[in-house]
Ligand binder design. Structure first.
Ligand code: ADP
Length: 614
């Protein structure tokens, strides 16, 4: 008796996208199904090793492609792990992976759908681009019971018990009228050559009476000689392991020799994935032991800040039958990680010589990469050296810390930075006035993560890293301007201290400002205003405010004027009102909100009116 099961809503939506918008790249279904078959063979290989009692599975592992011109069908078979009834329902009938809703949101247009297909476990559904009906006949390697799954891609699917001689899966596609080409052996051979050449198992074309023909070389790509691999083959393999559709930005293929031998074929994508910052996305590396796929979840294999690196690591020196969990603590894994990380750094350094190309990498992965400065204690200088920043002297071209050091001024010892929400706002921060005046470069750091690594990386190549508010450098410069008179200034600052108790713990005069009358900062060693704001926004902060200091520029005409007026009792209200505007302005320059926007704008209007002569 066949059991009828409806597709989940999201599957219906997905099928709709797959069937209706992926029309231009129909052949990708074959790559997807071959890829699934290859995964199923990988799983069986591992299963057999760890469960020696499993005897059902036999025969050479392979993928068989059978076109049938007469009946207009195409069957993709594998003698891999197979599926039982639950597997069929859980893996094929639903989209189990998180991120489905993101897929559906993002895949509004054709191009992004193609880009995203495969990443969310939608690979199988691509069969419906070419098939009006799909049958899956499958038997799991640990049972004799087979199942038949049938669907036309619109009204759910049916499952019934069935007979199958051996373990594995046959996926039979009843081709649509316009997909008849896929029974043509020349065409099929061509597609397999182009897209699945790197597959580790023989892909055999069933030519009926003419026999069988193995189409690919069936040698795991990473085991082959570099010189024999074309860029195209690397790219296809990259797309196979990552399920991405872009080009690899970097390809690194190496053999490590010595006491511990392993091979790595690693890639950095060109584009950042949507889930770069999802906490469960910790690794992108598939671990093989002597060509047997073990796991793609071995956490210790790659540090989390390099989670965007994808590919394969294969070592014959690892124990094969320890459990996947055990790998986490394995000392050899830690050793491999060390070796791989240093190779990656070396390669990145090479790539960094081409600044424009490196910028592509930095813009996609820089934020994640910088986590390494505080996570990877041993390598933090390396990571910092490979990091890129904007600065007051380079607002739209990224620079390195080494470039920064090269152009430090003669008296400068420290590396200066300022943190905030965006580079343009930061660039106009009044606290930078004196630095600009003296030609001292300041890094403009705008990622939330910058607040954290700057607390750990205390120096780089012997130069201390300092927030500008903590700069130990003489920032005074010759001023031949008029200064507010001492007595008036003192009184003004006293009054401001009283009025603005809430906003500033202290009011101090400074000679670091030029164009601005005032600026806000914090006491040495305290949490910066920007970090406080970040934490406030994430509700992580309640009441541990740093002591804010309102810095006053005694050379500014406004301050000079107010220092005069404050001495006249009858002008007190006017001065207070003007001082309030100065405070608000200082807050805005820091990226803070004014306490009472309504009152602020009223006050501002009345001042403007006065200025207009009203
Ligand atoms: P993905 O391959 O990204 O997981 P698919 O939609 O292509 O997504 O496949 C969903 C799941 O169905 C696979 O993860 C696997 O568990 C199962 N599956 C698909 N094809 C096969 C097959 N040939 N043999 C065994 N299981 C398969």
């Amino acid at each position: 008796m066949a059991e009828k099961i409806e597709f989940k809503t999201e599957v219906n939506k997905l099928l709709d996208i797959v069937i209706n918008s992926l029309y231009s790249e129909k052949y990708i279904f074959l790559r997807e199904l071959i890829s699934n078959a290859s995964d199923a063979l990988d799983k069986l290989k591992y299963w057999k090793l760890t469960n020696p009692e499993l005897t059902t599975a036999s025969g050479e592992l392979r993928i068989l492609i059978t076109p049938d011109k007469e009946n207009n069908t195409l069957t993709i078979s594998d003698n891999g792990i197979g599926m039982n009834r639950d597997d069929l329902i859980n893996h094929i009938g639903t989209i189990a992976k998180s991120g489905t809703s993101e897929f559906l949101q993002n895949a509004k247009d054709n191009e992004s759908a193609i880009d995203l297909i495969g990443k969310f476990g939608v690979g199988f559904y691509s069969a419906f681009m070419v098939a009006e009906k799909v049958e899956i006949l499958t038997r799991r390697a640990d049972t004799k019971q087979a199942y038949l799954w049938v669907s036309n891609g619109t009204n759910g699917f049916e499952i019934s018990e069935a007979e199958k001689e051996s373990n594995g899966t046959d996926i039979k596609l009843y081709l649509k009228e316009d997909a008849k080409d896929f029974t043509d052996t020349i065409y099929l051979r061509n597609i397999i050559h182009t897209y699945s050449e790197h597959i580790d198992y023989p892909i055999v074309l069933n030519l009926g009476e003419a026999g069988e023909e193995t189409v690919n070389r069936a040698a795991a790509l990473w085991t082959r000689n570099k010189a024999d691999i074309t860029e195209k083959q690397y790219k296809d393999f990259y797309q196979h392991v990552t399920k991405n559709f872009d080009d690899p930005w970097m390809t690194l293929h190496f053999k490590a020799e010595g006491s511990l031998e392993y091979t790595g074929l690693l890639f950095i994508p060109t584009k950042a994935p949507y889930d770069l910052f999802q906490p469960d996305r910790l690794t992108g590396i598939k671990l093989y032991v002597n060509k047997v796929f073990i796991s793609d979840k071995v956490e210790g294999l790659m540090p989390a800040y390099l989670r965007f690196v994808k590919g394969v690591i294969d070592s014959a020196d690892l124990p094969l039958n320890i459990s996947r969990e055990m790998f986490q603590q394995n000392a050899l894994i830690a050793k491999i990680r060390q070796g791989v990380v240093s190779r990656l750094f070396k390669e990145l350094k090479k790539k960094a010589q081409n600044e424009d190309d490196y910028e592509i990498f930095w813009k996609a992965f820089g934020i994640a990469f910088k986590e390494g400065i505080y996570e990877d204690f041993a390598n933090r200088e390396e990571v910092a050296g490979l990091s890129r920043f904007y600065s007051t002297k380079s607002v739209d071209k990224l620079i390195s810390l080494d470039q920064y050091i090269e152009r430090m001024t003669a008296e400068q010892k420290e590396i200066y930075y300022i943190t905030g929400d965006d580079a343009q706002t930061l660039f106009c921060n009044p606290m930078l006035d004196a630095f600009k005046q003296k030609g001292i470069e300041v890094l403009l750091l705008t990622d939330p993560i910058d607040e954290f690594w700057t607390q750990t990386l205390l120096s780089y190549k012997g130069h201390e890293l300092k927030h500008i508010s903590q700069a130990k450098i003489d920032l005074s410069f010759d001023r031949n301007e008029v200064k507010a008179d001492d007595e008036g200034l003192k009184l003004l600052m006293e009054k401001m201290g009283e009025w603005f108790k809430e906003d500033a713990g202290k009011v101090e005069a400074t000679d670091k400002l030029t164009k601005s009358p005032a600026s806000l900062t914090v006491e040495d060693g305290q949490m910066s205003i920007h970090l406080e704001r970040l934490m406030r926004n994430h509700q992580q902060k309640t009441n541990f405010d740093s002591t804010r200091i309102l810095l006053i520029n005694p050379y500014h005409p406004l301050i000079i004027k107010l220092s005069e007026l404050i001495k006249q009792e009858e002008k007190k209200d006017e001065v207070k009102s003007a001082a309030e505007l100065i405070l608000a302005q200082a807050k805005i320059a820091e990226g803070e909100a004014v306490s009472n926007p309504g009152a602020f704008s009223e006050q501002l209007c009345s001042f403007i009116l006065k200025a207009c002569g009203e």
